[in-house]
Structure formats: structure tokens, C-alpha cells
Design a binder for this molecule. Structure first.
Ligand code: PEP
Ligand code: MN
Length: 293
């Protein structure tokens, strides 16, 4: 391993990779995140109605997604934007799981909501704005559910792993890291997808790493290309926004794929999934692209 990285990350001993440690696989029912299969999580930015979510769940499951995303509690840039349906949204997510068998990932914004969300969710999502909410991270240590930890939009990878270490120290080793784009001087995209974050994280940490191309791009036309990049660079999965009518979405419609666009993207990704899987089976010890174990 690059000696600079070793010095930088080894202090986060519960999440950092050591020479002899194997990769962590996060198990959600029969789904393995960080195993041989590439796992796609898809769904709307926010749960808006039962019809919207159930339709989306059926479509994304049919196209090959294994996990349904959808926010019931939404962190919004404006206090006047849709804030989510709360518990009513969680109940709709549960219905969608019953109808399709998809596992559920949904965001938790504060420690007070951890218990109720853990009753409904299979994976607890920590959003970019909450990555440094240490009291939330500590509360997630005891929630009994895996945590999907998104990188703060101005956070370094060291900051991200510090937050992961806090969750692990609080008792929960089931953590999935998520690169979702960072703030830079570029304005053509909503955020800048730091694609190098994937192989760096896979080299310095044993945790699974997924990519959210939707919040990185901010525009739907870029999502398939960024998703492809994520597979090629060795990510373990994707988190993608999909909506039955993106132009009517209550949040993040510009970056949400329609059903047809999601189906096409999944079809186009198949050869890349197969290539990645073959590589993993041939070189299980070298899961990091360009990594040295
Ligand atoms: C989301 O996943 O809808 C979301 C709010 O993401 P982020 O925290 O990355 O902005
Ligand atoms: Mn969103």
C-alpha cells in the first residue's frame, strides 16, 4: 500500500484495511454487498405516494435492482421544499418490500428518528449533510441495521473513514461507503464525481464502496456514463434515482431516470457487470482496481 495512505488511514483501525484482513461483506437478507455480485439500489429521491413507490419498485426490480431507495425524511436545501412523508412514507416503503421482495434503504437525519426508521428499513442511509453528525453516527452504532454512509460534499476520504470508524466504534461494523460527488469549482455538474475515491477506498478500507451517479451528475443524461465508470473502476454497487414521471418529481427530478432510461442503463451495464464479476472470481485477493491487496 502507498505509505502515505497507510499513515493517513491506519488510525481508523476498525475500518482500515490491514495486510491480512479480508473484505467485509454486508449481508442484507440474501443480498451480499461487497461480494461477487454488483448490487444496484434504485428508486425515487423521495417517497411521494403509494402508487409512485409501488410502480417504481416493480419496475426497478424487473430491471435487476435488488434494493429499493426512497427518502421518507428529506434533507432539503430550502425550508420551503417538500420535506418527506415521514412515518407514512416508511409504511409505503414496507408495502413495497412486501410486494416485490426488494430490501429498503432510506435516510435517517437525526438520532431521534433512528429507532422508528430501523423498524422499517433494511439499510439506514446517512446523507451527505449528516456525515459529520457524530451523535447520529453514534446512535447508528446500536441500530442493528447496516449503514450506508454517504461522503460529505466537502469531506475528504479521511473525514469519511473517520465517520465510519465512529459508527464501528459504537458497535456497528456493517457499513457501506458511498461516493456521491463533491463540491468543486465546476458548475456544469451538480457535484464532481470523485471516481478515484473508489479505488482509494477499496485499497485503504475493507468496507464495500458504492457510487451514487445521480447526485454527482445532477442531470439524468450523465447518469449512465457515470454508472458505467463506477462498475469499471471496481465499485460494489450503485445508488440511482428513478421516478415514474421525473418531470413531476417533488425532488431531484432533473437527475432522476425514467423507467425506460433505467432499463436501458441496466441493459447497457450487463457486459460490464460480467467483466467485473469474472475479475473478482479470478483475483479475489485483488478486488481493488490497481490496488496492491
Ligand atoms: C438522496 O440520496 O436523496 C440524498 C439526499 O443524497 P445526498 O445526501 O447525497 O445529497
Ligand atoms: Mn435526491
Amino acid at each position: 500500500m502507498n505509505p502515505k495512505w497507510n499513515g493517513q488511514f491506519s488510525c481508523f483501525d476498525l475500518v482500515a484495511k490491514t495486510n491480512d484482513c479480508s473484505r467485509s461483506v454486508v449481508q442484507v437478507g440474501d443480498i451480499e454487498i461487497g461480494g461477487n455480485d454488483f448490487i444496484v439500489m434504485a428508486g425515487p429521491c423521495a417517497v411521494e405516494s403509494e402508487r409512485q413507490l409501488l410502480q417504481t419498485a416493480e419496475e426497478v426490480a424487473e430491471a435487476g435492482a435488488r434494493i429499493l431507495r426512497g427518502g421518507a425524511y428529506k434533507p432539503r436545501s430550502s425550508p420551503y421544499s417538500f420535506q418527506g412523508l415521514g412515518v407514512a412514507g416508511l409504511k409505503i416503503l414496507r408495502k413495497a418490500r412486501e410486494a416485490t421482495g426488494l430490501a429498503i434503504v432510506t435516510e435517517v437525519m437525526c438520532k431521534e428518528d433512528v429507532d422508528v426508521i430501523a423498524e422499517y428499513a433494511d439499510i439506514m442511509q446517512v446523507g451527505t449533510r449528516s456525515m459529520e453528525n457524530y451523535s447520529l453516527l453514534e446512535a447508528l452504532g446500536e441500530c442493528g441495521r447496516p449503514v450506508l454512509l454517504k461522503r460529505g460534499m466537502t469531506a475528504t476520504l479521511e473525514d469519511l473513514l473517520r465517520s465510519a470508524q465512529i459508527i464501528a466504534l459504537a458497535g456497528n461494523p456493517q457499513i457501506i461507503l458511498c461516493e456521491r460527488g463533491i463540491r468543486t469549482f465546476e458548475t456544469a455538474t451538480r457535484n464532481t464525481l470523485d471516481i478515484a475515491a473508489v479505488p482509494v477506498l477499496k485499497t485503504v478500507s475493507h468496507l464495500p464502496v458504492i457510487v451514487d451517479p445521480s447526485h454527482a451528475a445532477g442531470v439524468r443524461s450523465l447518469v449512465p456514463a457515470l454508472a458505467r465508470a463506477a462498475v469499471v473502476v471496481g465499485a460494489d454497487g450503485l445508488l440511482v434515482e428513478v421516478h415514474p414521471h421525473p418531470e413531476q418529481a417533488l425532488s431531484d427530478g432533473e437527475q432522476s431516470l425514467s423507467f425506460g432510461e433505467f432499463r436501458n442503463m441496466m441493459a447497457d451495464l450487463q457486459p460490464y457487470f460480467a467483466l467485473q464479476k469474472r475479475g473478482r472470481q479470478l483475483r479475489p485477493q485483488l478486488l481493488a482496481v490497481g490496488g496492491d491487496g
